[in-house]
Write a protein that binds this ligand. Structure first.
Ligand SMILES: NC(=O)c1ccc[n+]([C@@H]2O[C@H](COP(=O)([O-])OP(=O)(O)OC[C@H]3O[C@@H](n4cnc5c(N)ncnc54)[C@H](OP(=O)(O)O)[C@@H]3O)[C@@H](O)[C@H]2O)c1
Length: 301
């Protein structure tokens, strides 16, 4: 039996693949997926999942699904067109994935579907756990609808877990790809007042969280995929400076960043103090619970 992964060619997906036996990756481009994942052609399904359904015969041996698809929120300015893609590449793709699975003869037992801590919106110093309500901004509404898109699987008896992923820190991708260079040059600094909370997770812990949810048959519903120790942006900045041995005197005003990169700047300044309550209650153990050790590992090479 196999695990089917949408978005398996992405940064997180590629880190997950080596931990799975016979994974099947769904991609819009099979040739590029083969190159990026190193998987043989028979473990790749080429499909424009945003506009078409997956071929049923390829789903008969699928026991679990990991849904990691979605256009990057960090790359490119948030034009009306980009915002449409951000939304559709998560919701429409998830709806099509769900319909494809429901059309098959055998349903998977489990589905772990990505969402994000953006679910909660801008929340100042509030401590947020899974039972807290969604925010009302653009990303909150995407996350809410993204999670709702899997409801037909829940209704059909599939065990569905929503992974509300925080800022993923790791080598070679995610937030560090943009943040590391200025910090390495000594041009890194806090964003605005630096008081906003950052809910982060080390990529190795995130991969273990996905595996944990696949294997724990009692886990269901939302799970905050964040470290147990969110930090203020100023603490994160200081920890980056220490890890790299570089000064962090600079600071970036919100208005300047908004002019430079547009609406995405609001996301960078949003404060979310999220705790991984459900993972802790389920007995998950973190390899990188503290920002200092997480950053030290990431910048080590
Ligand atoms: N990285 C983070 O810090 C973070 C934080 C919170 C939530 N998440 C969520 O976790 C998931 C995986 O993140 P990631 O960093 O691994 O993402 P990624 O590297 O950007 O990869 C996502 C994959 O989604 C597919 N994709 C991209 N744009 C698409 C579009 N317009 N329509 C259909 N498919 C599209 C691509 O696969 P193909 O090109 O092969 O089709 C791509 O490899 C995403 O849903 C993301 O929103 C990530």
């Amino acid at each position: 039996m196999s695990v089917l992964i949408t978005g398996g060619t992405g940064w997180i997906g590629r880190r997950l693949l080596p931990h799975l036996t016979d994974p099947i990756v769904v991609s819009r481009n099979a040739a590029s997926a083969k190159q990026r994942t190193g998987l043989p052609a028979d473990q790749i399904i080429e499909c424009e999942i945003g506009s078409e359904l997956l071929p049923s015969p390829r789903l008969t041996n699928v026991s679990a699904v990991v849904n990691l698809v979605g256009e990057s929120i960090a790359e490119g300015r948030w034009t009306a067109d980009k915002k449409k893609r951000l939304r559709e590449s998560r919701i429409q793709t998830t709806q099509n994935l769900v319909h494809s699975l429901l059309q098959g003869d055998i349903l998977p037992e489990t589905c772990v579907s990505a969402s994000a801590t953006g679910y909660y919106g801008e929340r100042g110093d509030d401590v947020l756990v899974e039972s807290d309500p969604a925010g009302e901004d653009f990303l909150s509404q995407i996350c809410l609808d993204w999670e709702k898109a899997t409801q037909p699987l829940v209704d059909a008896g599939v065990r569905v877990c929503y992974l509300r992923i925080g800022i993923v820190l790791g080598k070679g991708g995610g937030a560090m790809k943009t943040m590391l260079p200025p910090f390495r040059w000594g041009a890194g600094g806090r964003l605005g007042s630096g008081k906003q909370w950052m809910s982060w997770v080390h990529i190795d812990d995130l991969v273990q969280m996905i595996l944990f949810l696949l294997n724990q048959s009692t886990c269901t519903g939302p799970f905050n995929a964040t470290s147990p120790n969110p930090v203020r942006n100023s603490q994160f900045t200081k920890a980056m400076g220490v890890a790299l041995g570089r000064p962090t005197f600079m600071f970036v005003p919100q208005t300047a960043l908004r002019i430079a990169i547009g609406e995405f700047a609001n996301f960078l300044f949003a404060s979310q103090r999220v705790l991984p309550s459900a993972f802790e209650n389920a007995g998950f153990t973190f390899q990188f619970p503290e920002i200092e050790s997480a950053l030290a590992e990431i910048v080590a090479t």
